[in-house]
Design a protein around this ligand. Structure first.
Ligand code: NAP
Length: 276
């Protein structure tokens, strides 16, 4: 290890498929930052936080299943992260652990240029990442239609993000919808993810040319849902765009440096697409 190298980490359990080390380390190298990001995999969050403090880890990327529970260990939590009750980034500064949610920034970056105001946005899934998606749609003034296998979870998601009795969000069942009822589609389920690359969460008949379709799944980069959407002439957004944007925001929060554009998105995508 080089002298004075700053240690950063990604924590989660399990961590075998994380792309964070590859992405962060490529960006640190390109920016001449003397730092390395390593995976710290453990089931016990308290022990991980102890390790972060002991090793003075400056930036910690937090992934499943700790995004919610980590809040109990932090000295400061950013307002938007507090609103959704999930943190994916911890910065250690002057002995204090500060929590942020850069998934929110990543989702906004991926949807940049998409007009969401009063648009009907179909969100598939009500798990961890559906929460920041719903928050982004709410703050952009979109109308949220949530579908989830377990509709109780969709109900909880709507209540948590929009509050009770909101007219801005509702639960839907897919067999009641037609393509014209939906302007934007966001997949926040793992359907279509490697190795099940031939699966799509939506029937082709619900896709149409006027739509924007954003799949959060990024392994493969272009999922069956996105290929189907393209075949109907819809605009598509890759999940990796969000992943890269959220990582750039993590680096900005930690180092103060904006590295966007330092390596082109296409180069980063080809670097990451070697990973299974
Ligand atoms: P999670 O908390 O485990 O939630 C999974 C959601 O998908 C739940 O709503 C679950 O429904 C639903 N689901 C699971 N299997 C399903 C199936 N076979 N059919 C229909 N619905 C199914 O996971 P998460 O953290 O929200 O992540 C969801 C996806 O987003 C993952 O593929 C992840 O890789 C991706 N992601 C991408 C980024 C990015 O930067 N692009 C960031 C975070 C996550 P039930 O409630 O009914 O179980």
């Amino acid at each position: 290890m080089i002298k004075n190298t700053i240690l950063n980490a990604v924590i989660g359990y399990p961590l075998e498929h994380t792309l964070s080390p590859k992405l962060h380390n490529a960006l640190y190298k390109a920016a001449g930052l003397n730092a390395v990001l390593l995976p710290l995999e453990k089931e016990n969050l308290a022990k991980l936080v102890e390790t972060i403090r002991f090793l003075s880890v400056e930036l910690t990327a937090v992934t499943m299943p700790f995004k919610r529970d980590i809040l109990g260990y932090l000295d400061f939590v950013d307002e938007e992260a507090k609103t959704i009750g999930a943190v994916n980034t911890v910065i250690l500064k002057n002995g204090k652990l500060n929590g942020y949610n850069t998934d929110i920034v990543g989702i906004r970056a991926a949807l940049k240029g998409v007009n969401l105001k009063d648009k009907k946005v179909l969100l598939l899934g009500a798990g961890g990442v559906a929460l920041p998606v719903a928050h982004v749609i709410k703050t952009a003034g979109g109308r949220l239609l949530v579908w989830n296998r377990d509709s109780k979870k969709a109900e909880v998601l709507i209540k948590n993000v929009f509050g009770p009795n909101s007219k801005q969000a509702e639960i839907v069942s897919l067999d009641q919808l037609t393509a014209k009822d939906v302007d934007v589609i966001i997949n926040a389920t793992p359907v279509g993810m490697f190795p099940n690359v031939n699966e799509s969460p939506l029937n082709l008949s619900l896709l149409a040319a006027h739509q924007v379709v954003f799949d959060l799944v990024y392994r493969p980069m272009k999922t069956k849902l996105l290929l189907d959407a393209e075949s109907k002439g819809a605009k598509t957004i890759l999940g990796i765009t969000m992943f890269i944007a959220q990582a750039l925001e993590q680096i900005r929060l930690w180092s103060g440096k904006n590295l966007s554009g330092l390596i082109s998105e296409n180069e980063l995508i080809s670097l990451l697409s070697d990973s299974k």
